[in-house]
Design a binder for this molecule. Structure first.
Ligand code: AMP
Length: 280
């Protein structure tokens, strides 16, 4: 019998849908309409568990699942010892220390003696004690941002992505305690498996494009300069005399610079394709 690899993903919240999208992009065929706790994968020896994002580090540590997808903030906040296999590039946010706009505190040193409301007490205590700043944490599950207005706390440390919640609640950001994003985690040294290879290949390909074009022989050197890429580009001789096809992988963020330059350098029939999976 084949061993089943289990992976836990968040069952609700911001990380849930992008996690399932990632697994699907990695080739897993799973039925999630029922959102049962456990969903078998039809085409691979993998089982997906849908659980609370904050429980995932513990489940990974206890070997209930071999892998998990959750936020780095929750990994930091958990006492479970886990290893980050791969940062996944979604669910980006910052754990931000902030005070009410009316406060006289303008620096992190000014937090000394304050009551700090937070949903991440372990991380906050670690951050301030490393700096030798004495604070009292007020652990709250939610609505951390209203704590100063209710006089439950003098300051907060909360997750922020755009910063609009802070603005709406008249809070002044002071410092970043932790930068977070979703990550694939495991325990011990189980960092490589067919499942992690599939997931890493999708993440590596996300911000890449495959560029193909036709060029005159004389333009090859100039085009190589325009598309430095990771490796040297593929150059294939075409049936028409003096014409070549060039292929290369280009960062998606570079395309705005690369495409007009290729056109100006005389490239024609330029095709830009998404890449589904890539092992660099
Ligand atoms: P939630 O969607 O509130 O269940 O949050 C689950 C996880 O989503 C958090 O632990 C973070 O890792 C991540 N996240 C990303 N952006 C934000 C944000 N603006 N506020 C809260 N959590 C966020």
């Amino acid at each position: 019998m084949t061993d089943i690899t289990r992976i836990a993903v968040p069952n609700k919240g911001r990380l849930s849908e992008p996690s399932v999208d990632l697994l699907r992009a990695a080739g897993l065929v799973l039925e999630t309409s029922s959102r049962a706790l456990s969903v078998p994968v039809r085409n691979m020896p993998v089982e997906v568990l849908f659980v609370r994002a904050e429980d995932i580090p513990e489940l990974v540590h206890d070997d209930v699942v071999q892998f998990g997808i959750t936020g780095l903030d929750l990994v930091a906040e958990s006492v479970a010892d886990t290893t980050v296999v791969q940062e996944l590039g979604f669910g980006r946010c910052k754990l931000t220390a902030a005070v009410d706009e009316s406060s006289t505190v303008f620096s992190i040193d000014g937090f000394s003696g304050l009551r700090v409301a937070t949903s991440h007490p372990l991380t906050v205590n670690r951050f301030f004690s490393e700096k030798g700043i004495d604070i009292t944490t007020i652990p709250l599950r939610g609505s951390v941002e209203v704590a100063p207005k209710l006089d439950i706390a003098d300051a907060i440390v909360d997750l922020v992505s755009s910063g609009s919640t802070m603005m709406i609640n008249s809070l002044r950001p002071i410092a970043t305690v932790l930068e977070s994003q979703a990550a694939l985690i495991t325990a011990g040294d189980r960092a490589s498996s067919p499942l992690t290879t599939m997931i890493r290949s999708v993440v590596a390909a996300t911000r890449k494009r495959y560029v193909m074009m036709n060029v005159q022989k004389e333009s090859i050197a100039e085009i190589e300069r325009i598309i430095p890429g990771a490796d040297s580009p593929t150059v294939i001789s075409l049936a028409h005399h003096g014409m070549y096809a060039m292929h290369s992988v280009v960062d998606a963020d570079e395309m705005w610079r690369v495409l007009p330059a290729l056109e100006a350098a005389g490239a024609s029939a330029i095709l830009v394709l998404p890449i589904e999976q890539m092992i660099p």
